[in-house]
Design a protein around this ligand. Structure first.
Ligand code: SAH
Length: 220
């Protein structure tokens, strides 16, 4: 990671022995990245301050999620990184990302491989993504600070609160046949992910949701 210029590492619920001797040995000269890693107990805590989150996955998924090639994902990441924090999310070595984790991502990225060997090990996938980011960043900035534009998009913590609000409104108004609205919420998250809402847009939508709740409250 460090060789590719990346330093900011967040780990969700690592083993209690972290960073541990083995990890430090493998980090070969980048122990400072491990020691400076942010250790979080939940994924939401790790990605809370980020706008764009891109998940990495080998698998053809049971849920249909927008999936990019590494170079396409890097373009998005570099553009948004000029305005706030972004994240690339990796899954566990054995199980990868589960559906709830995928729902936190605006996009998935799949590193192309030979058809019958789609699943790389985690370290290889992380190295390839770090390299692509390194190339993408150098190309976009040409050594200078990035001047690429994009609205300041709402961070994950804001989006999580918005989705909770939206879900509670769906329940308040007894939205037909969705109790609990798991599948519907997944579709709505995918929709709002595509829109990459700004903080202001989220607060307008939350204002509308509050009004709906007030009116629904009057009716009951
Ligand atoms: N059975 C799991 C394998 C996990 S491999 C799965 O299919 O997802 C461990 C991690 O490495 C994955 O969670 C992902 O973050 C990354 N990874 C492995 N192969 C990848 C690929 N081809 N493209 C993108 N990420 C990959």
């Amino acid at each position: 990671m460090k060789t590719m210029g990346l330093r900011s590492l967040s780990l969700v619920d690592p083993p209690p022995t972290f960073p541990g001797e083995q990890a430090i040995r493998r980090a070969a000269g980048a122990a400072d990245v491990l020691e400076g890693a942010q250790v979080c107990s939940t994924l939401d805590e790790a990605i809370g301050p980020c706008g764009l989150v891109v998940g990495t996955s080998a698998r053809t998924r049971s849920i249909d999620w927008p999936t990019l090639l590494p170079t396409e994902a890097v373009k998005e990441l570099v553009r948004d990184a000029a305005h706030g924090q972004v994240a690339v999310l990796f899954g566990q070595e054995r199980s990868g990302l589960d559906n709830r984790e995928v729902e936190r991502c605006r996009y998935l990225v799949a590193i192309p491989t030979a058809p019958h060997f789609t699943s790389l090990n985690l370290a290889s996938a992380a190295q390839i993504m770090a390299y692509e980011l390194f190339l993408g960043l150098s190309e976009a900035t040409d050594g200078k600070p990035s001047a690429l534009g994009a609205d300041n998009c709402a961070d994950q913590e804001t989006m999580r609160r918005f989705y909770r609000h939206l879900e509670s409104v769906l329940l308040d108004i007894d939205f037909p046949n969705v109790r609990p609205p798991v599948k519907l919420m997944r579709k709505l998250v995918r929709l709002f992910n595509r829109a990459a809402l700004s903080e202001e847009e989220v607060s307008i939508l939350r204002g509308i949701l509050s009004e709906i709740q007030a009116v629904a409250g009057k009716k009951i």
